[in-house]
Design a protein around this ligand. Structure first.
Ligand code: B12
Ligand code: SF4
Length: 495
C-alpha cells in the first residue's frame, strides 16, 4: 500500500503584510508544540513527515506554499488557533493554487471552537476536532486505503454543502505511551524569546485543567486533566539537554503545580539528572506550597508565572477562579521565600468591575511582592463562559465566528460591557498600572540590587540581538498606535 507523505505546518503568526523577522520581534517565537507532537506520532507510524513553521521562517502565504512544494500530492496539516486562523486560511488558499491535489487537514484550538465554519471553506478538505495523534494517523490510513474518513473519530468535512462530523474524538488516556514531540524536525536554535535564554525548548507534562475560569476556553477543549509519568518527562528533558543543548525549558502546562507529590518528584528527577538546566512554569498561586517552591528552586526553576487576574475577592468569584486574594498573596510569598522569581498576570476591566476594584487590583499588584507583573485589558475570547453569556444576552455579535468566516469585523475584539468607564479610561488604568508597578523606587532598587534579577537582565535583555529586537519593535507604527496590544493584528486578520 503506498504511503502518503505528510507535511505539518504553522502559518506565520506574525504576518502583518510586512517583514517581521523573529529576530527583531519583541514577542519572540516559540516552537509549535502541537504539530511537533503529531510529527512524532506520524513518524512512528512509518511515514515521511516534515515540519514547516511559517513563524520562524517568517513566510508570506505564497512563500509558505512554495516551501510545501508546487504540485505536492500528500497530506498537509495546518495547526491553528482562532487568532491566527486568517493567516492560516490565506496560506491554505495560496497552497491550493500551486498544489491543488494535496489534502489539507486543519487541527488545533480553532477546530475545537468553530469546526463547521472552518470546513465551510472549500480549500479545507478535512478538519480534526480534539487531540490529533490517533485521528490524524487514522485519517491518513483512510486516505491511503480508500476507506471512509468519516469512520475516524474527530474528523469533520463538508459533504453536499453541509458540515459532517464523525464520532467524538476521546481524550488520550495514556500520555506516557506517546512518542516525544519531534522537536528535532524544527530549527530549535533559531527560536528566541526576550526573557528566556537560548537555546530553549518547550514541553508539556500534563494536558487539560481541572479548573473552570469563565474567561478561559478550557471547559470547551474537552480537556480532561491528565498527567504524564514523571519518568517519561525526565527522559524527554534529558533528550532536550543532549540533543538541543537546551539552557532553559519552558513547561507549557496550563497549571504545572497540580499535585504537590508529583511536582516534587519531578523536581527531584530533574535535579538528579545532574545537568544544569533552567526551567519556567505556569502555576496557580493556591496550589503552591513552601515545600514545592523549595523543590522547584533546587531543581533550577527560574520563574513562576501566575494568573492572579484580580486583587479583589468579588471579581475573582465572578471569574469562577476558585481562589481568594489571600491565597494569591500566600502563593506569591511562598515563591519569594524560596527565592523564585515570580510574575503575575492581571486583567483589568472585567465585566462589572468598578473603578475602585481596578484600583484595588493595581494596589494588590504593587504591594504583592511580585518581581514582575503584566496587565491586560480584558477581551472576550471565543468558547468561554463569558463570551457565550454575552452572546446569549444579545450583548455582542458573534465576532469570532464572523472573524472565522472572513467577514468584515471591527478593529477591536469584543470586551465586556462596562458603561461606567470608556476604552480611553481603561487604557489610562493600564498605563497607570505599569507605571505604578515598575516606576517606584522600591522596585527599581530591587532590580538594581537583586543578584538573581541582575543575572536575568544580563542573560536576556543584554543578550546579542535583544537590544535590537526591543528597539525595532518599539519603533513599529503598529506598536506605537496600539500600545503594543494585539488589536491591530486582529483587525488586519493576520493573527
Ligand atoms: C503555550 C501557549 C501559548 C504560548 C506559546 C504558543 C506557541 N506558539 O507554542 C504563548 C504565550 C505565545 C501563547 C500565546 C497566545 N495564546 Co496560547 N496557549 C498556550 C497553551 C497553554 C499550550 C499550547 C501547547 O503547546 N499545547 C500542547 C500541544 C501538544 O497541544 P495543541 O497545540 O493544542 O495540539 C494538539 C491539538 O490541538 C491538535 N492539533 C494541533 N494542531 C493540529 C494540526 C492538525 C493538522 C491536527 C490534525 C491536529 C492538531 O493535536 C495536538 C496534539 O494532541 C494553550 C493551552 C493548551 N492546552 O493548548 C494556550 C492556548 C492555545 N492559547 C490561547 C490563546 C487565546 C492565546 C493568545 C491569543 C493570548 C493573547 N490574548 O495574546 C496568544 C495568541 C498567540 C498567537 N499569535 O496565535 C488559547 C487558544 C484559544 C483559541 N480558540 O484559539 C489556548 C487554547 C488557551 C485557552 N484555553 O484559552 N500561548
Ligand atoms: S485560566 Fe488557568 S486555571 Fe483557569 S481554567 Fe484556564 S487554564 Fe485552568
Amino acid at each position: 500500500m503506498p504511503r502518503l507523505d505528510v507535511i505539518l505546518c504553522r502559518a506565520n503568526e506574525r504576518f502583518r503584510g510586512e517583514a517581521q523577522p523573529p529576530e527583531t520581534n519583541i514577542f519572540g517565537a516559540f516552537p509549535p508544540l502541537g504539530i511537533a507532537q503529531l510529527a512524532g506520532v506520524v513518524r512512528e507510524s512509518g511515514r515521511n513527515v516534515r515540519l514547516i513553521d511559517g513563524t520562524i521562517e517568517n513566510t508570506t502565504p505564497e512563500e509558505m506554499a512554495r516551501l510545501i512544494g508546487e504540485g505536492f500530492t500528500g497530506v498537509v496539516g495546518f495547526s491553528s488557533g482562532t487568532l491566527n486562523w486568517r493567516s492560516t486560511l490565506t496560506s491554505i488558499r495560496a497552497l491550493k493554487k500551486i498544489a491543488p491535489k494535496c489534502v489539507v487537514v486543519v487541527g488545533g484550538p480553532q477546530m475545537d471552537v468553530y469546526p463547521d465554519e472552518v470546513v465551510s471553506f472549500p480549500e479545507v478538505d478535512y478538519g480534526i476536532v480534539g487531540e490529533g495523534e490517533f485521528a490524524l494517523v487514522g485519517l491518513i490510513e483512510a486516505l491511503e486505503t480508500g476507506s471512509d474518513p468519516m469512520h475516524v473519530p474527530g474528523v469533520v468535512c463538508l459533504r453536499e454543502n453541509r458540515a459532517h462530523r464523525a464520532a467524538p474524538n476521546p481524550p488520550i488516556k495514556e500520555l506516557g505511551a506517546l512518542p516525544f514531540s519531534a522537536l528535532d524536525l524544527l530549527p530549535i536554535a533559531r527560536y528566541k524569546a526576550l526573557t528566556v535564554r537560548s537555546p530553549f525548548t518547550t514541553l508539556i507534562t500534563s494536558r487539560g485543567c481541572p479548573f473552570r475560569c469563565h474567561f478561559c476556553s478550557q471547559q470547551y477543549a474537552g480537556g480532561r486533566f491528565r498527567q504524564r509519568p514523571v519518568s517519561h518527562v525526565a527522559e524527554e528533558i534529558e533528550w532536550h539537554i543532549q540533543a538541543f543543548r537546551a539552557k532553559e525549558i519552558l513547561f507549557f502546562d496550563e497549571t504545572f503545580t497540580i499535585g504537590q507529590k508529583r511536582v516534587i518528584e519531578l523536581c527531584h528527577a530533574i535535579r538528579d539528572l545532574g545537568v544544569k538546566v533552567g526551567f519556567n512554569i505556569r502555576a496557580r498561586a493556591d496550589t503552591i506550597t513552601y515545600e514545592m517552591a523549595v523543590a522547584l528552586k533546587e531543581a533550577g526553576c527560574t520563574s513562576v508565572n501566575m494568573g492572579i487576574e484580580s486583587g479583589t475577592d468579588r471579581i475573582l468569584k465572578v471569574m469562577n477562579k476558585g481562589v481568594t486574594s489571600e491565597q494569591m498573596a500566600k502563593g506569591i510569598e511562598m515563591c519569594r521565600k524560596a527565592g523564585l522569581t515570580s510574575r503575575g498576570y492581571f486583567m483589568l476591566g472585567y465585566k462589572g468591575e468598578t473603578r475602585e476594584e481596578i484600583e484595588e487590583t493595581i494596589r494588590f499588584a504593587v504591594e504583592s511582592g511580585l518581581d514582575f507583573a503584566s496587565f491586560t485589558v480584558t477581551q472576550l475570547n471565543p468558547a468561554t463562559v463569558d463570551y457565550e453569556t454575552e452572546l446569549f444576552n444579545g450583548e455582542t455579535e458573534d465576532y469570532w465566528r464572523d472573524y472565522t468566516l472572513m467577514k468584515d469585523v471591527p478593529a477591536t475584539p469584543p470586551r465586556p460591557r462596562n458603561p461606567q468607564y470608556s476604552e480611553d479610561e481603561l487604557q489610562d488604568f493600564l498605563r497607570s498600572a505599569y507605571r505604578r508597578f515598575y516606576l517606584r523606587p522600591a522596585q527599581i532598587g530591587r532590580y538594581a540590587t537583586n543578584r538573581r534579577i541582575l543575572q536575568w537582565t544580563a542573560d536576556t535583555l543584554l543578550a546579542p540581538g535583544n537590544a535590537m529586537r526591543i528597539f525595532s519593535e518599539l519603533m513599529r507604527p503598529a506598536y506605537l498606535s496600539t500600545g503594543g496590544s494585539n488589536i491591530r493584528q486582529v483587525a488586519e486578520g493576520v493573527g
